[in-house]
Design a protein around this ligand. Structure first.
Ligand code: GLU
Length: 479
């Protein structure tokens, strides 16, 4: 993408201290859609200034999560850890211009003064002790070799901006603390690094979660102190859990990788994430990434928090399983199963399983949880089901059934049904008295696809072998 003066440039700036979070992925998606809809650039910046907490493995997981969602970024990834000199230079620039000052207060001293203020029910903000330091005191601290941090001096006045989603936001500067821009170890703080980078990267629109609203006036003040034009700002609504509390690791799967692991389709994930804060204002609900690009505008973003609803995501995923071609779904399921250690060579068999399971499965993981018996003879028997549906004399009936099935050719649902119903009539029992035990014998479960389809899909050899094992088991029980 060419970088001409008027082109839109947006970014996401995750900190690699955790996996790609649902909220970050949603912010990435909105930025991506905005960039693509406006022929702009979507950039990725890794905010790894906190060297202690940043992990390469997290950076990799963020990148692979974005790639999985198909949210490819333009240009090279920017790492903040490559720009420490730049932040320091810029911070000293502010010091020289009188917009920043050294603070020698130790964390302990600050803590004590804060406690005192709070005890007398006063609000606490850094009290500018070091801004008002006498020259001699400063010299003494320097001689002592006290660690020092650089604080930004908040000018008097009011900071206002027009948020592209929330409209006018105003903050009295007297409510903003002289925040640290350079820590005593020489590393920049978040607000400092973000402004220096967004300016250097020529970001035109800073769009992130609502939780950053309190940071924006601080950042605008930094832009002003540098004499730079601030970008536009937009803050996306928070994502809450179903109980309307903040989405938390304890209650929800919050990492995108967990959804991939459960076998959700990336198309469905993107589709669902878009609805966390955006809506097309029509009844349509299923959109591909390119369809979203066509529809997306910042105007259609809600101001109110969005609620994450797993059932809704499953519903969207199911819709996408129907929307994609059967062959494509089969290919992906085959790949998914392989990753889980289940190697199924026969694509036709997978297609039949998908057909048989129908809407019972909402995501690939369900094929394993609800249909493990399709892939292995080593399934366990539902004990409760067995105690309900197995009865004395059943092994003889099963023997007869096996004999009939062995002769059945072709082994299809119609033929199987005929055999089963015919046999139950002959034996003078209800078909259910054969069907329930057969289902338990061939799948270990009491529920699943229609029995005749299930038998057809499993195929003659598997069904007969499993029924034979059932007979052996029943004989053991009958003794
Ligand atoms: N590193 C910040 C975060 O992950 C970035 C916020 C921003 O976009 O400015 O929340």
């Amino acid at each position: 993408m060419d970088k001409n003066k008027n082109s839109i440039r947006v970014r996401i700036a995750p900190s690699p201290t955790g996996y790609l979070h649902i909220g970050t992925a949603r912010t990435a998606l909105f930025n991506y859609l905005f960039a693509r809809a406006n022929n702009g650039s979507f950039l990725l910046r890794i905010e790894d200034t906190d060297l202690e907490r940043s992990r390469d493995i997290m950076t990799e997981s963020i990148k692979s999560g974005l790639n999985w969602l198909n949210l490819g970024w333009d240009e090279d990834v920017v790492y903040q850890s490559d720009h420490f000199d730049n932040y320091r230079e810029r911070a000293f620039e502010l010091l020289k211009r009188g917009n920043a000052y050294w603070c020698y207060c130790t964390p302990k001293e600050i803590e004590e003064r804060k406690k005192k203020a709070l005890n007398s029910h006063k609000r606490w903000m850094y009290d500018r002790r070091c801004y008002n330091l006498k020259e001699k005191e400063r010299k003494d601290f320097e001689r002592e070799g006290r660690p020092k941090a650089l604080r930004f001096h908040i000018p008097p006045g009011v900071t206002e901006y027009k948020d592209l989603i929330h409209g006018g936001i105003k903050r009295d500067n007297s409510e903003i603390e002289d925040f640290v821009i350079l820590k005593s170890d020489g590393s920049p703080t978040y607000n400092m690094a973000v402004v220096v980078d967004d300016h250097r990267m020529e970001i035109t629109h800073v769009m992130r979660g609502d939780d950053h609203i309190p940071n924006t006036p601080k950042q605008i003040l930094l832009y002003k102190a540098f004499g730079w034009k601030p970008p536009e700002f937009a803050h996306f609504p928070l994502i809450l859990g179903k109980d309307r509390s903040k989405l938390s690791k304890r209650k929800n799967a919050v990492a995108i990788s967990e959804y991939r692991d459960k076998g959700f389709l990336p198309e469905a994930m993107v589709n669902y994430l878009a609805f966390l804060g955006w809506s097309p204002k029509t009844k349509e609900e299923i959109f591909s990434l390119s369809e979203l690009v066509e529809r997306f505008t910042l105007k259609s973003i809600n101001q109110k928090p969005a609620v994450f609803d797993l059932e809704r995501l499953e519903w969207v995923n199911r819709k996408w399983m129907n929307r994609l071609k059967e062959e494509e779904i089969a290919k992906r399921l085959q790949h998914y199963l392989k990753e889980k250690g289940i190697d199924v060579q026969n694509r036709e068999y997978i297609i039949k399983i998908i057909g048989a399971m129908g809407n019972r499965v909402k995501k690939f993981q369900d094929f394993i949880q609800l249909g493990y018996y399709f892939f292995s003879d080593n399934f366990s028997l539902d004990e409760k089901g067995a105690s309900e549906h197995f009865y004395p004399g059943l092994s003889r009936r099963m023997r007869k059934l096996v004999d009939r099935l062995e002769e059945l050719e072709p082994f299809n649902r119609e033929g199987i049904e005929e055999v089963l119903r015919g046999l139950s009539q002959e034996l003078g029992c209800r078909s259910a008295e054969l069907i329930h035990p057969v289902r338990l014998g061939i799948s270990g479960m009491t529920f699943g696809p229609g029995i005749f389809i299930l038998m057809e899909v499993l195929g003659k050899k598997r069904v007969i072998n499993r029924l034979q094992s059932l007979i052996e088991y029943l004989k053991g029980e009958e003794k």
